[in-house]
Design a protein around this ligand. Structure first.
Ligand code: MN
Length: 439
């Protein structure tokens, strides 16, 4: 696969940005795209790339003529408050820009390194910027692609039946989510109000009592398909710009009462958090692995879902919780689970192909999320519903506080990264969010 041989992923590359040479998330082999503002009044947002502990302002680079000869040389698509205009320039532009940034940041390229005026304007410490939502998201879809997660949930809610519903292994199950309430990492998440019903009582309206997170990966559509035009599994990768970590906050008590028969509604529409840096499929190519979760006993795939045998990604994921008390005394987030995105039953290419199989058009900036990433081990369960088995097996934090579900003041910290022999480790940074009380 020639993307794996992309010169930007060469492990021998080094950057003159010193903080990019450690073992952090953002070495020169990553170069994820995001949107930020400097923390000064009136400063406009711009598109940037993470490099080590810094971010490179691509708008400033464009103004300095550093993108001459690339497909974006005529319009500064980086002087924007979203990635959409840049992404709409197409896959050749993504690749050319990432290639140019790689070249500019390389140890042996002096253009930017030795131009103090441009360099000091364009290169800013990440501690001095505020990350924004990376894309203007028109539509958001959430899948349910981990068979481990779906099996656990099925065992809890339908103890007498088969844990997986009959459709599960035939099609990637999903629902249309809410784009307007997607927020960037770091924004607070208010505990929702909602209607719930205890088994032997009348429904009541009040603060959600069973607030949960869901660890997921999301991918942004970068190339649209027109209404009526299906996207095949083989072609799907060319329609995907890159990936982020997603926290699909979930109100389990609201969900339980409302979900029949049309699926989740208010239980999911109050907030979804995403990590700010979009890691491109080009950067992720070295971590593409065989898709091995479909077993010999599983039903055969229909033709339109075949062809994804190489389309899994080995992305390591972990979830930490820091209560308000833990943050007060300076205790690091307590890691409650670790897993890998390679354990998903459906691939991102199958999800995109299935989504468009009716002719449904996906547009630039649409976010498709995977569903909770759970693995075969108990330690790889990606939400509290599973980890505490519906609250029957609470988690104990280092402060001896117990958690069945999330309490006000809890901060969720999700991290993701890729590493393997022969490639440079790259990461997604963090997806954070603090729960604030219902109002
Ligand atoms: Mn979800």
């Amino acid at each position: 696969m020639n993307t794996r041989e992309n010169p930007t992923n060469d492990p021998s590359l080094e950057s003159w940005v010193e903080s990019a040479r450690g073992h952090g998330d953002f070495p020169i082999q990553n170069l994820p795209f995001g949107v930020f503002t400097r923390r000064t009044d009136g400063e406009l947002a711009c598109v940037g790339v993470a490099i080590g502990d810094s971010a490179l302002d691509l708008s400033a680079c464009w103004e300095a003529g550093l993108f001459a000869g690339t497909p974006v040389e005529h319009v500064n698509v980086f002087a924007r408050d979203s990635l959409n205009d840049f992404v709409e320039a197409g896959p050749e532009a993504w690749s050319a820009v990432r290639g140019r940034v790689s070249e500019l940041l390389r140890t042996d390229t002096s253009t930017l390194r030795d131009d103090a005026a441009v360099r000091d304007t364009a290169l800013v410490e990440q501690g001095k910027i505020a990350m924004q939502l990376p894309m203007r998201i028109g539509d958001y879809t959430d899948f349910y692609a981990s068979a481990y997660h779906a099996t656990n949930v099925g065992k809890m809610f339908r103890p007498d039946g088969e844990p997986l519903l009959p459709n599960y292994k035939h099609l990637p199950v999903g629902y249309h989510g809410r784009a307007s309430s997607i927020v960037v990492s770091g924004e607070e998440v208010r505990r929702p109000m909602g209607q719930t019903k205890a088994d032997d009582a009348a429904p009541t309206f009040g603060p959600c009592r069973l607030l949960d997170y869901e660890l997921e990966m999301g991918f942004f559509i970068g190339v649209e398909n027109s209404l009526g035009a299906r996207v095949s599994v083989e072609a799907a990768k060319k329609h995907i710009f890159g990936m982020v970590i997603v926290n699909d906050w979930s109100a389990r008590d609201i969900q339980k009462w409302e979900y029949v028969p049309l699926g989740p509604f208010n239980a999911k529409n109050f907030a979804t958090s995403v990590s700010p840096w979009v890691v491109t499929l080009e950067a992720l190519a070295p971590f593409q692995v065989k898709h091995t979760t479909r077993g010999a006993d599983d039903p055969p795939l229909l033709e339109y879902l075949k062809g994804a045998d190489e389309d899994a990604y080995d992305i390591q994921l972990e979830v930490g919780i820091a209560s308000a008390q833990m943050r007060t005394v300076g205790t690091a987030p307590h890691i409650v689970s670790r897993g890998s995105f390679r354990d998903m039953f459906w691939t991102i290419t199958q999800m995109a192909a299935h989504h468009t199989s009716t002719g449904c058009n996906l547009r630039v900036g649409d976010l498709l999320a995977s569903g909770t990433v759970s693995g075969p081990e108990e330690s790889a369960r990606g939400c509290l519903l599973e980890l505490t088995w519906r609250g029957t097996n609470p988690i104990t934090l280092p402060t001896r506080e117990e958690r069945k579900f999330l309490a006000d003041g809890d901060e969720l910290v999700m991290r993701g990264w890729c590493e393997r022999a022969g490639a440079t480790r790259i990461g997604f940074g963090e997806c954070r969010g603090i729960v604030t009380p219902a109002e």
